[in-house]
Design a protein around this ligand. Sequence first.
Ligand SMILES: O=C(O)CCC(=O)C(=O)O
Ligand SMILES: [Fe+2]
Length: 321
Amino acid sequence: MTRPADGPAAGSVDGWAGSAAGSVGAPAALHSVEPGPYGIPVSLRHVLDGALVAVKGGLRHIGALETIRREAARAVAAALPAAEAAQVSGALENAHRHADTGQIAAVRTDLETRLRPFSRTVLHDVARALEPQGARLYLSGHLGIRIMPPERSVGAGEEELAGLEGFLTPRDAHVDSWFNTAVNSVNLWMAVGPVRSGNGLLFYPDAYRRPLRHDGHTLVPGQEVGAPVDVELDPGDILLFAGDHLHASQPNSTDETRFVITKRLCVGVPRYPSGATGWVPYEDPRLWGTRWERWATWRSRLTPGGVRETLRTARHRRSGS
Ligand SMILES: O=C(O)CCC(=O)C(=O)O
Ligand SMILES: [Fe+2]
């Protein structure tokens, strides 16, 4: 069982390494589904109940994988000399062999700009492909470009790494709603390249929805959280998981740079925890392309969390002026 270097204390429960490809003995919490003629057969309620669901070939199903790869190749061509770019553009998993950390960081930033509009379409397409959920889906503007080189290829303390925890360097165990998301938020963790045991994401299913001590950002160490689970994905797979799962980047001990893109949606009206350190809105996509588009976040704003955020912003503005 792999465990993050500074991760939480091991629990007493035996761990397992599940494979989205369906390893023998994988526990009920991990499911693998195939998109079919009627779309993606996943119940998001089930996901909010704690299920980890790998949608096999989800990015291909909505026709997005090639566009993402093409934009990645352009970002690589813009950041690297031609000879190195030629080695990396088709296979970002080789990035660390031909690019230094600063160049990988530049690719990541550039790709974020290139993919921002398209990623909105990707999320919308996935939401439409999902079976009816019996609740309205609200879509977040969040876009995470997560390009994680092997740990040993990343020099400690390099200044270009500031603020890239979870995006280029590992992020310790956390629950997303501790800092900004809704508790009914679902993460789309989309594998552009291969995700392997040793470079993926770790989950602590035994800790799901349990009260945990944290600093508003990361789990306070030394708590019983059970054994971590890791998930393997093929390029194009989409892992759906509740953002309220305790999860952590697996420090990359493989020979490959791991490349994942993340988006988020909310099942029903967003519900924000009162103690969160930040806040993010989710949009109502029915207003996209209409003259009401600028009100697309109204349902998020008209929540206790949204009102708290408005007051917080007003306070900051007053104290800053
Ligand atoms: O990809 C990672 O390592 C971190 C991902 C994460 O924390 C998230 O998607 O919420
Ligand atoms: Fe997270």
